[in-house]
Design a protein around this ligand. Structure first.
Ligand SMILES: [Zn+2]
Length: 432
């Protein structure tokens, strides 16, 4: 439970939980199953299905250090223990920042700790979200935008700037895609940071606007005031609003009183109203340094000009470099190009869920049938909506409605009701 947990199984099956810190209702969560605990260090540890425990424990070995680094950035971790619960594959989300116990998808267990950035995100929520909570879902960006910013700062401190810059760039690409979609649907009001969900499902606000535009706004502030002032401001913000809720308007007042302080030139540069109450991505949005991705771009260009994959320089590439390499490929590639890449890099059998998912989208677009059994298997074993959505969408968009329907019908029972709701509509064309 999102509380103090008993760490050992017992014969009676009766367990007691204790929580002495008040939390908002959306953070109360209970999981029931055969789970075992293993400590990482004195205050961190992992709960998982016994067959997953070794793998999970190894994947999260750096989490204890991660909490220390987070504290060094924005002040004390105030929740006592920080543990992670690895959920079954039907969990529809990446993670959920339940206090004391982050709930996580098993899809981040890649075997090489390359996807634990998601844990940095959930951990950061213990400041932005759990400690200082958005007052309404219209202010959701205060939870998520702050958390993405915090997460990237944390990741940067644990790796380096060039690594964090790749995350910023990938996030920016997601954001552009989202705002373009909103433009097409003539729905630019949802691209404001402060949104209006009156009469709507709060789930509608769960877009990259809150996450990526929110984070970008904070980076934009950082770029204008310098990192030192920004960090002092954020630390003060978390202290001043600890264990309370906050609206967008209250945040802007606080920002003006504690950072802008009547500096008219700064206020103009920050363009607060444009960012918060305006559409899309403002023209003054910060751009990430693309140094590492430019190298990737060059290798992709070489491949597209006919260089064999074996001759490309992909040494020391991380998950993010591979994702960028694949994402920016023209769609569809020819079957020959797909086969050449696959033979060299074994994408079809990748154990990295992010890379596999991107590759499978490309395989569907290219009618690369060699990957179809792996796609079927992936869709049967993964329940994370972020991964399911692009695959079913690509099938629906490329004339493979029957394939989508067959696979979805076969695995529907494995999926969480949240995911079922999404795909009953998009794949089965059922009205909600
Ligand atoms: Zn989040």
């Amino acid at each position: 439970m999102s509380a103090e947990n008993p760490q050992q199984k017992n014969d009676s099956g009766i367990y007691h939980f204790h929580m002495d810190i008040p939390i908002p209702a959306y953070l109360m969560a209970l999981a029931v199953g055969d789970v075992e605990f293993r400590a990482i260090d004195e205050r961190t540890g992992v709960y998982a299905d016994p067959v997953m425990l070794d793998k999970a424990h190894n994947e999260f070995a750096e989490v204890g250090n991660m909490v220390d680094v987070a504290e060094s950035l924005y002040g004390p971790y105030r929740w006592g223990r920080y543990d992670i619960l690895v959920l079954p594959s039907g969990f529809p989300l990446g993670g959920m920042e339940n206090p004391k116990l982050t709930f996580a998808t098993p899809t981040i267990i890649a075997g090489d700790r390359s996807l634990t950035n998601l844990i940095a995100h959930e951990l950061a929520h213990n400041w932005s979200g759990n400690l200082v909570t958005n007052a309404t879902w219209n202010d959701f960006w205060l939870n998520e935008g702050f958390t993405v910013y915090f997460e990237r700062r944390l990741t940067e401190k644990m790796t380096d700037k060039s690594y964090a810059d790749m995350l910023w760039e990938l996030g920016y690409q997601d954001l552009e895609k989202t705002t373009e979609g909103m433009k097409e649907e003539n729905n630019m009001k949802d691209s404001h940071l402060k949104i209006d969900l009156k009469g709507r499902d709060p789930d509608d606000g769960l877009t990259d606007i809150a996450y990526e535009k929110g984070a970008l706004f904070l980076k934009h502030i950082e770029n204008n005031v310098g990192r030192e002032r920004m960090d002092a401001f954020l630390k003060g913000y978390f202290d001043a609003h600890a264990f309370s809720t906050i609206t967008t308007e209250k945040f802007i007042d606080y920002l003006n009183e504690n950072l802008v302080k009547g500096d008219k030139a700064l206020a103009e540069k920050l363009n607060i109203a444009g960012w918060v109450y305006g559409p899309g991505v403002p023209a003054d949005a910060p751009k990430a340094d693309r140094e590492r991705f430019e190298k990737v771009d060059a290798e992709r260009e070489k491949f597209l000009a006919g260089t064999a994959p074996a001759s490309l320089n992909t040494q020391n590439w991380t998950t993010h470099e591979w994702l960028h390499f694949l994402r920016k490929m023209p769609k569809p590639l020819s079957n020959e190009q797909m086969a050449a890449l696959d033979n060299q890099y074994n994408f079809t059998t990748s154990g990295n869920s992010e890379i596999a998912d991107q590759w499978y989208v490309m395989a569907i677009a290219a009618n690369y049938e060699k990957a179809y059994p792996a796609i079927d298997d992936f869709l049967g074993r993964v329940g994370r909506r972020k991964f399911l959505e692009p695959l079913y969408e690509e099938m629906m968009n490329t004339g493979k409605e029957a394939m989508a329907r067959d696979i979805y019908t076969k695995y529907r029972a494995n999926y969480h009701p949240l995911a079922q709701g999404t795909f009953d509509k998009s794949v089965l064309k059922q009205k909600s």
